[in-house]
Ligand binder design. Structure first.
Ligand code: COA
Ligand code: AMP
Length: 636
């Protein structure tokens, strides 16, 4: 469809990636210029900007202050749940970051050390991330909605020197105390950090230093009061900036590694070319710093660009109502907003006519970007009609860190097709493949894969696990990265992403693992075996459903069954977190399996979604599946 800037950029990014990314790298300030744009000497491990050195925090803060943006707003903290709105200029944010970096350094945090950050949407979370970047330390942010089991798995793998936590997060219906969850996670983990820093929030202060622990517990404010600011540490382009754990199908999360150089180049490029946001623009991403969207588009991309980022601690509805986003856009003059489709479904459900927009000045808004889950045509149409601005879907994953497919509003806006995140972003050689690894003709569905090398900013590997990186992503199709999504490309080159082909769940834009939820269910003493499937849901896109087989001798039909179902729902909240949204657990007589014992989750999912289930020839006992029909689709 493009004959202009997009077509030329895409072509060059694939056929001459060195020139393309070498040019993009000029937007980043290097300490030493890279000697090699793409190091492809050790496939399938590709490294970008080899030989280059830089500091990401310098590029996000210091350089803007040096170049005259010191008085410009860098971050606007807007928190309807606490009633606080506070603006931090670039100079102020730099001062806080340098001081906190000094505090971390005083605790022995050095280049390459890991720091786990378990915090809600408060400015200190951003300060802690950038302070790590300043020191060349590797942050690993854990989403505040995760409970001890998930947190413990991440601490165990990342082996942090320091953990930075807040005393609590604030949900509309309750205050969520973080410290007891952190204590429980540390009790489970074999790894002991040297220090735990706690940011006390008045909504629920934590007990700090009151337990007998092997690590020291420190108060954030007391620590920074005595700290000396730290300078930026020079790191290699290929050194890790952060590790962000994401859900696979097993209970063991995958540590996605992000490097410094490729990340800075790619995010800077994406802000201008995909999102059409430049220095001085106000940008609002309603997500959470615990997810990749938060890492990339609340923190790093807007700050690397010299834009103003809005850090919103609230929900699309209920804080106080469905006008929350309109107020933020109007109050801060937001040029472009980014969130997940589910947030707009929440608003639509409460205020279908958009009547609550009245009284808010939305004239600054030029574009709404949506990602994190499939943008269904209904939500697309509704958001487009109430806002009257382009609504732009973009598809990507934690692994890639920035969009794989998008309508590139800065480079060359193209017609939007409902249901499609538009075209392949420069750098990504996306192909739809059949089982044999052959490209499918236009309009035919298959596995979406990306030909190697992946562009800058994407994962170079998994944290300390090259083998798992290869086994999990590169082993199905030789020379390709497997996205785990299925879909197709149409005659115009537009991509359609239909959903995961594996058992990864996507609940209200949150990526969750079937394995973690199953582990929580299996830990109940009455459970013999269990399976979790993600079923289609009008509001959250998908919700998990649990199916459990009880140990012998338990009267599932009576009071015991009811109690066990309640306990199982609670167990998942306590272990994985309320965010798993598991509300329904059914006690069943058996689970359908292949003869080799593999549980047929996909078959059950298809049955629950009202599709014709794919029943493999290797099924052990088809009557088990037949018996599940009335459970999974009552009344069908
Ligand atoms: N800390 C603690 N608990 C959290 C949490 C957090 N950070 N985030 C969510 N939860 C809890 C919620 O309070 C809720 O608890 P409940 O079962 O007691 O009510 C539960 O987890 C489920 O949360 P959620 O799935 O978010 O549902 P919701 O009804 O509270 O809110 C939306 C629905 C659409 C408003 C919300 O999911 C949303 O804003 N989604 C945007 C998605 C997003 O940001 N995705 C990131 C990628 S872009
Ligand atoms: P996460 O790693 O949490 O960002 O989740 C990535 C997964 O979310 C992808 O593999 C997709 O399954 C889904 N996803 C994200 N964005 C989109 C989108 N725009 N369209 C369809 N699916 C999406």
């Amino acid at each position: 469809m493009s004959t202009g800037a997009y077509a030329a950029a895409y072509e060059q990014s694939i056929t001459d990636s060195t020139t393309f990314w070498g040019q993009a790298a000029k937007a980043v300030e290097w300490i030493t210029e890279p000697t090699t744009v793409l190091d492809d000497t050790n496939p399938p491990f590709y490294r970008w900007f080899r030989g280059g050195t830089l500091n990401t925090c310098f590029n996000a803060l210091d350089r803007h202050v040096r170049d005259g943006r010191g008085d410009q707003a860098a971050l606007i903290y807007d928190s309807p749940v606490t009633g606080v709105v506070e603006t931090f200029t670039y100079a102020e944010l730099l001062e806080r970051v340098a001081t906190f970096a000094g505090a971390l350094a005083s605790l022995g945090v050095d280049k390459g050390d890991r720091v786990v950050i378990y915090m809600p949407m408060v400015p200190e979370a951003v300060v802690a991330m950038l302070a790590c970047a300043r020191l060349g330390a590797i942050h690993s942010v854990v989403f505040g909605g995760f409970a001890p089991a998930e947190l413990a798995a991440r601490i165990e793998d990342a082996q942090p020197t320091v953990i930075v936590a807040a005393s609590c997060g604030i949900e509309p219906s309750r205050v969520v105390e973080y410290k007891p969850m952190l204590d429980a996670a540390l009790d489970r983990s074999s790894h002991t950090p040297e220090s735990v820093i706690v940011l006390q929030r008045e909504q629920a202060e934590a007990s700090v230093g009151e337990r007998d622990t092997d690590w020291e517990e420190l108060d954030w404010h007391e620590l920074v009061a005595d700290a000396e600011p730290a300078d930026c540490v020079e790191v290699e382009a290929t050194d890790p900036l952060y590790v962000l754990y994401t859900s696979g199908t097993t209970g063991r999360p995958k540590g996605i590694v992000r490097d410094n150089g490729g990340h800075a180049v790619a995010l800077r490029w994406s802000m201008e070319n995909v999102y059409d946001v430049g220095p001085g623009d106000v940008w609002f991403t309603a997500s959470d710093v615990g997810w990749v969207v938060g890492h990339s588009y609340i923190v790093y991309a807007p700050l690397l660009t010299g834009a103003t980022t809005v850090l919103y601690e609230g929900k699309p509805v209920g804080t106080p109502d469905a006008s929350a986003f309109w107020r933020v856009i109007g109050d801060h003059g937001v040029k472009a907003m980014f969130t997940a489709p589910t947030a707009y479904r929440a608003i639509k459900r409460e205020d279908p006519t958009g009547s609550l927009m009245a009284g808010h000045d939305l004239s600054s808004l030029q574009t709404l970007f949506l990602a994190g889950e499939r943008l269904d045509p209904d939500t697309y149409e509704w958001a487009s009609s109430v806002l009257g601005v382009p609504v732009v879907d973009n598809w990507w994953q934690t692994e890639t860190g920035w969009p794989i497919a998008a309508n590139l509003r800065g480079l060359e806006p193209m017609p939007i097709k409902a249901g499609s995140p538009s075209v392949r972003v420069p750098g990504y050689d996306v192909q739809v493949l059949d089982d044999a690894g052959q490209p499918m003709p236009p309009g035919h569905e298959g596995a979406i894969a990306i030909r190697l090398p992946l562009p800058p900013g994407t994962l170079p590997t998994l944290w300390q696990d090259d083998e798992r990186y290869i086994a999990g992503y590169l082993s199905v199709y030789d020379g390709y990265y497997l996205t785990g999504d299925g879909g197709m490309i149409d005659e115009d080159g537009y991509l359609y992403v239909m959903g995961r082909t594996d058992d990864v769940l996507n609940v209200a834009g949150h990526r969750l693992s079937t394995g973690s939820i199953e582990a929580a269910l299996a830990g109940h003493p009455a459970v013999a075996e269990c399976a979790v499937i993600g079923v289609a849901d009008d509001f959250k896109g998908q919700v998990p459903r649990g199916l459990v087989v009880l140990k012998g001798g338990i009267d599932a039909a009576g009071a015991d069954g009811e109690r066990i179902r309640r306990e199982l729902v609670q167990r998942v909240r306590d272990e994985v977190g309320a965010v798993a949204s598991l509300k329904q657990v059914d006690i069943v007589a058996g689970l359908p399996k292949t003869r080799s014992g593999k549980i047929l989750r996909k078959t059950m999912r298809e049955l629950a979604d009202g599709k014709t289930p794919t029943v493999p020839g290797t099924i052990e006992d088809v009557s088990v599946l037949d018996a599940l029909g009335p459970v999974l689709r009552p009344g069908a």
